[in-house]
Ligand binder design. Structure first.
Ligand SMILES: Cc1ncc(C[n+]2csc(CCOP(=O)(O)OP(=O)(O)O)c2C)c(N)n1
Length: 594
């Protein structure tokens, strides 16, 4: 039976590739733009693939390593910053190599659509000496996952498949195929290969260098290094989605498309350079290919015309070639004369995080923030977060602020439930161990909201929707040595404020668990919407400090101030606005008697 060609999102195609390759164990921690890969893997039967969310990326990688030790093909997925977390494992796994094949999918985010930076994973490829495949469209994404397993097993190496937001989140036509069952090999008993102690690692390091030489020779004759012959006046070396922009902008150019970015196929690159008068490298983010070509002694232009910052597009590539004098007739930019309304991201109507940050403001705290939906409390109107670094940083940041001894305000760390389980527990242990005097606000909305609502060990439900053990935060917190911990309903503003005041007064580490499901949680309770009784509203704006998108200004004025109105279709009846209203003018919508 022929399986029909159909449009697939890059992430869907990557998942299909893993299934077709006979992967038996897949693990990931969510992170945009990679999240849908494991979600799609979970659509294949469990008898084919065991797929599971991990508590963080290092755990995900270690699970995949374990499966590879045990002799099956394993698959691990993360966003680019996730590889920072998993890099310790990567740096040893590259020495060990594999038993069952292993592919690590890492999704970069040029342009910082939804991340804290735009680091280039190709730097890690070099550091870890791990071959890295670079698909340009969804079909290649599928094919390269399968190729990744062949390379992994042929060259005894983990293989990175690098995607970017553009590839992960756009659709193109894909021909799906059938699954090939990879026969489980069983555990390979070889301590010299599997146990990384100095005496063994010293023997493995030369193997990496040999592997690099062999991989270079492989890529020098591989079909994934593709030469589209064209004009001999200039040639372009490119990879990933920018390949498609180059083909659109310069259809007549000679192009060397690198389907792999490490190790570089030096022989092919030299041949290509000899065939054209001038060579450009079009690569997003860092000048990695460009610099390595310079080190080969080749004349090349790249970042002089194509930025190190942000995501490329056909327009940016066109403009680079215009600056380089390759495209002579500057194409007039089409202006649609549309000025879209600026819509900054906001917390949802009724978001259970709002009250925690209202309270942080009320107690005038120094707030070490973390990463999640709640990071939006850093912007107006809440403006309640002073620092945000990386996942799990908040608690230790607060410890450092306390130890610095310069702070006169109470110090609060705010951390989401998924982030706490990801990397918040070691810093909490550290805080107790080092006798810090801080308050931790654990924002338990019972979901990984920021990345689209994935389950985690605190929800008690697995990736495949099965019930499992549900983490008890109070017990974990107490087990770290914290003596003061209380759980409060996030929608009870008064109780939350009183509890946080008590926590601040406690000398030592105090933890307040702010507890309420995310409003996007499918099992949420949607309360009756509220309305403003216009006659009583004085336009004092107290409710507007919540930043709730269900609240807006009405045309009606009181002493020069706009009164407030509530959009009933957005309001979920959390009542936080009613709780802060000094004139008690926010009430449940009056139902008409029928
Ligand atoms: C190392 C790393 N992995 C993944 C991400 C993507 N990411 C950002 S916040 C977040 C978790 C947010 O969940 P939670 O802490 O529960 O807060 P919520 O969004 O639910 O408020 C994730 C997975 C990231 N930024 N960094």
């Amino acid at each position: 039976m022929n399986i029909k060609i159909r449009p697939m999102m890059g992430n869907e195609a990557i998942a299909q590739g893993a299934w077709e390759a006979g992967v038996q164990v897949a693990s990931a921690y969510p992170g945009t733009p990679s999240t849908e890969i494991l979600e799609n893997v979970a659509n294949y039967p469990e008898s084919d693939i065991k797929a599971q969310w991990a508590t963080n990326e290092k755990v995900a990688f270690d699970v995949a390593s374990g499966a590879s030790f045990a002799g099956v093909r394993s698959f691990v997925v993360m966003k680019h910053v996730g590889l920072n977390v998993a890099s310790d494992t990567l740096m040893s796994q590259t020495y060990i190599g594999i038993n069952g094949g292993m592919v690590i999918v890492v999704c970069d985010d040029p342009g910082i659509h939804s991340s804290q930076n735009e680091q280039d994973t190709r730097m890690y490829s070099r550091l870890a000496m791990v071959p890295t495949l670079e698909p340009s469209d969804a079909q290649e994404a599928l094919d390269f996952v399968k190729l990744g397993y062949e390379l992994s097993e042929e060259f005894d190496t983990p293989v990175i498949l690098r995607s970017t937001t553009r590839l992960s989140h756009t659709r193109s036509l894909v021909q799906p195929g059938k699954r090939t069952e990879a026969k489980p090999l069983g555990f390979l008993e070889d301590p010299k290969k599997n146990v990384m102690i100095p005496g063994h690692s010293r023997l493995r390091h030369p193997k990496l260098l040999e592997r690099e030489t062999k991989l270079k020779a492989y890529f020098d004759s591989s079909e994934i290094i593709r030469w589209d012959k064209g004009s001999t006046d200039y040639g372009v070396i490119t990879l990933g989605p920018p390949y498609t922009y180059v083909k659109e902008v310069l259809p007549e150019a000679s192009v060397l498309k690198l389907g792999a970015s490490y190790p570089l196929p030096e022989k092919r690159i030299r041949e290509f350079c000899e065939s054209v008068k001038q060579v450009f490298v079009v690569e997003e983010l860092e000048p990695i290919v460009e610099n390595e070509m310079r080190a080969m002694g080749l004349a090349v232009d790249g970042k002089k015309y194509f930025s190190r910052l942000g995501e490329f597009s056909p327009e940016t590539v066109r403009s680079g070639f215009e600056d380089a004098g390759i495209l002579k007739n500057k194409k007039k930019k089409v202006s649609l004369k549309i000025n879209p309304v600026v819509r900054p991201p906001v917390l949802c109507a009724g978001c259970s995080h709002m009250s925690s940050f209202m309270v942080a403001n009320a107690v005038d705290a120094r707030v070490a923030g973390d990463i999640g939906c709640y990071t939006l409390a850093a912007v107006e109107p809440l403006s309640a977060i002073d620092t945000t670094v990386a996942m799990g940083s908040s608690i230790a940041n607060a410890v450092g602020m306390d130890k610095a001894g310069t702070e006169t305000k109470p110090i609060i760390a705010t951390i989401g439930d998924s982030t706490f389980l990801h990397s918040g527990i070691p810093p909490l242990i550290d805080a107790v161990y080092n006798n810090a005097d801080i308050t931790v606000l654990l924002l338990d909305n019972k979901i990984t909201a920021m990345t689209g609502g994935q389950h985690h060990p605190g929800t008690g439900i697995t990736l495949r929707g099965e019930k499992t053990h549900k983490v008890d935060y109070e017990s974990i917190v107490r087990a770290t040595g914290v003596k003061w911990v209380k759980t409060v309903d996030s929608y009870d503003l008064g109780a939350l404020l009183r509890t946080v005041r008590e926590a601040i007064a406690f000398k030592g580490v105090a933890v307040v668990i702010s507890d309420r499901p995310c409003v996007l949680d499918p099992v949420r309770l949607r309360g009756e919407p509220l309305e403003v009784i216009a006659e009583s509203c004085t336009g004092c704006q107290a409710c507007m400090n919540l930043g709730c998108p269900a609240l807006s200004w009405s045309a009606e004025m009181f002493e020069g101030h706009h009164k407030i109105k509530i959009t009933a279709s957005s309001c979920i009846g959390c009542s936080l606005c009613a709780q802060v209203c000094p004139t008690d003018c926010i009430k449940p919508v009056m139902k008409m008697e029928s």
